[in-house]
Write a protein that binds this ligand. Structure first.
Ligand SMILES: [Zn+2]
Length: 457
C-alpha cells in the first residue's frame, strides 16, 4: 500500500490534469440535450463516451441500460463486498442551450476564459461527474480503493427523470449501496463548501371553479349569479391569514420543528433579508412571521398560486360574469408532512369555503414528500471532514427550498440517504446562456473527493 495515498493521488491528478481536462472538453462538446428528439444521437454518443471512460478506469459490469427514452449507465468497482458501497449519482444530459445568440462562445465548443470553462453542462453536471471520475482515476492509478463504488448516470434528469424510478425498482440488487453521493447541487461560494441535508417536497393542485354555462352579461345578471373570478380570488386569499400563515386545517401538524442548534447553524449561511432583497430587487420580503428568511425557505412549508386565470384578459373592456376560473396552486412541504394529508386538508378547506353558487373541481397533479438526510447517515461525517481538510474551513450545512426528486427516489426505493453536494457555484449560470465551471473550485472538489474515498481505509 502506498504510504500516503492522498498525496500520491493528488500528485497523480496534478500531473495528469491536462489529459483529464482534454477529455472533459470532449464530453462537453457532445450536445446531449435530453428534451429534443434531434439530439438523440448525441445522447447516445455521450452515453458511449462515459461507458468507455468507466471501462478504461477499470470498473466492472459497465453497461448502458436502455430505457423508454435515454440510457442509464451503470458501472461498479467492488473491492470487497464486506466494505461499504458508495453509489455515485450523475446525469449526462443537459438543458437546451437557447437562446443561442446570448452565448459569448458556442455552447458546445467549450472555452476557457480566466478561471472559468464555458460550455453547456460544464457545471450542471458533466463537470461534477468528471470530478468524481478524476478522483477515482487518481486513486486507482496510485494505490488501492478502500471502498466499493457504483455509478448510476442517467440521461433524463433535465426532463424530470421519467425512467429513473422504474430502473431503481427493477435493479435494487444491482444498486445496493450504503449511501448515495449526489454532486448535482453546489456550494454557496468558492470558499464555502456546502452539504445540503434537506429538500422540500411539493404538492401541486389545479383548482377549477365553474359558474354559469357561458360568460354572462354583467349588467343583466350581475347581482344574482355567483362570479367564479370573484370567488376564486376570495378562496385563494383565505388560504393565508394576516401573518402569512397557511390556514388549511392541519397544514402544520406534522412539520418537524427545527432545533435551536439548527436555527443557529442556518443563521450562519448569510441568507438574510438583505441577501434576498439583493438578488430579487423586491422592496421588502414576505412570508411567515417569527422565522428568519433562511428558515422560511428550508424548514417551513409554503403555499403559492403559480398561475391564475378567469374571464376577459385582453385589451379594453368586456362586461361579463365569467363562466369559469382556474388556479394552479403548489405547496412546498417540509419533513414530515404527508402529501396525501395536505391534499385532504385542501379538499376540506374548499368544501367549507367555496359557496354553493358555483361548482368546483380539484386535481392533484403531483405530490412528493420532503427529504432530509438523517443526522447519523453513513458517510456524512467523512464527507464533511474531507471538505474541511481541503478548504480549511468548516463546511456549511444547508436546507434547500427546492426539490431534488432523485434523492427522494433513492431514499424511498433503495432505502439510502444521499450526500447532496457539488462543486458548482451560484453564479455558474446553469440552465442559462454562458454556463460555466469555476476550475479552481472544480480542482479542489477533486481533491476533496480523493480524501473522501480514501477515508474509508
Ligand atoms: Zn443537474
Amino acid at each position: 500500500m502506498t504510504k500516503d495515498p492522498v498525496n500520491a493521488a493528488k500528485t497523480y491528478y496534478q500531473s495528469h490534469y491536462d489529459n483529464l481536462y482534454q477529455e472533459l472538453l470532449e464530453l462537453l462538446g457532445i450536445p446531449s440535450v435530453s428534451t429534443s428528439e434531434e439530439h438523440k444521437e448525441y445522447i447516445q454518443k455521450a452515453a458511449h463516451f462515459l461507458v468507455n471512460k468507466l471501462t478504461e478506469l477499470g470498473l466492472q459490469n459497465v453497461k448502458a441500460y436502455p430505457t423508454p427514452r435515454h440510457p442509464i449507465i451503470f458501472g461498479e468497482y467492488i473491492v470487497n463486498p464486506q466494505k461499504p458501497t458508495i453509489l455515485i449519482y450523475g446525469h449526462y444530459d443537459v438543458q437546451p442551450p437557447d437562446p443561442l445568440d446570448q452565448w459569448e462562445t458556442a455552447p458546445f465548443e467549450p472555452q476557457m476564459r480566466g478561471d472559468y470553462l464555458y460550455a453547456r453542462g460544464s457545471s450542471d453536471m458533466k463537470g461534477q461527474i468528471w470530478a468524481t471520475i478524476s478522483a477515482l482515476q487518481a486513486i486507482l492509478q496510485t494505490s488501492e480503493l478502500p471502498v466499493n463504488i457504483k455509478y448510476l448516470i442517467e440521461g433524463e434528469e433535465e426532463i424530470g427523470s421519467p425512467s429513473l424510478d422504474a430502473f431503481l425498482e427493477d435493479h435494487k440488487a444491482l444498486l445496493k449501496c450504503d449511501l448515495v453521493l449526489n454532486p448535482d447541487a453546489g456550494m454557496l461560494a468558492p470558499d464555502k463548501p456546502t452539504i445540503i441535508y434537506a429538500l422540500r417536497g411539493m404538492v401541486y393542485f389545479e383548482l377549477r371553479i365553474f359558474g354559469p354555462d357561458a360568460d354572462l352579461h354583467s349588467g343583466v345578471f350581475g347581482g344574482v349569479i355567483g362570479n367564479p373570478a370573484n370567488i376564486i380570488s376570495k378562496v385563494i386569499a383565505g388560504m393565508h391569514d394576516d401573518q402569512s400563515r397557511v390556514t388549511l386545517h392541519g397544514f402544520f401538524d406534522d412539520v418537524r420543528p427545527i432545533s435551536e442548534e439548527e436555527s443557529e447553524q442556518l443563521s450562519k449561511l448569510g441568507m438574510d433579508e438583505e441577501f434576498f432583497k439583493g438578488i430579487t430587487h423586491v422592496p421588502a420580503l414576505g412570508g411567515e412571521e417569527n422565522y428568519s428568511p433562511v428558515e422560511r425557505i428550508g424548514a417551513r412549508p409554503t403555499l403559492d398560486v403559480n398561475g391564475i386565470y378567469a374571464g376577459y384578459i385582453e385589451k379594453g373592456t368586456k362586461t361579463i360574469i365569467p363562466a369559469y376560473a382556474m388556479a394552479k396552486i403548489s405547496t412546498r412541504l417540509v419533513p414530515d408532512q404527508d402529501p396525501e394529508k395536505i391534499h385532504e386538508s385542501m379538499r376540506a378547506y374548499l368544501s367549507e369555503t367555496v359557496p354553493e353558487t358555483v361548482r368546483w373541481e380539484l386535481d392533484f397533479l403531483s405530490g412528493a414528500p420532503a427529504y432530509i438526510t438523517e443526522e447519523q447517515a453513513p458517510g456524512v461525517d467523512k464527507f464533511m471532514d474531507a471538505l474541511e481538510a481541503t478548504w480549511g474551513v468548516k463546511p456549511l450545512k444547508k436546507r434547500e427550498g427546492g426539490s431534488i426528486p432523485v434523492a427522494t427516489s433513492m431514499k424511498n426505493i433503495l432505502g439510502v440517504d444521499s450526500i447532496i453536494t457539488g462543486f458548482g457555484l451560484p453564479d455558474d449560470q446553469i440552465h442559462s446562456p454562458n454556463e460555466r465551471l469555476h476550475l479552481p473550485t472544480h480542482k479542489k472538489g477533486v481533491e476533496a473527493l480523493i480524501r473522501f474515498f480514501l477515508s474509508y481505509e
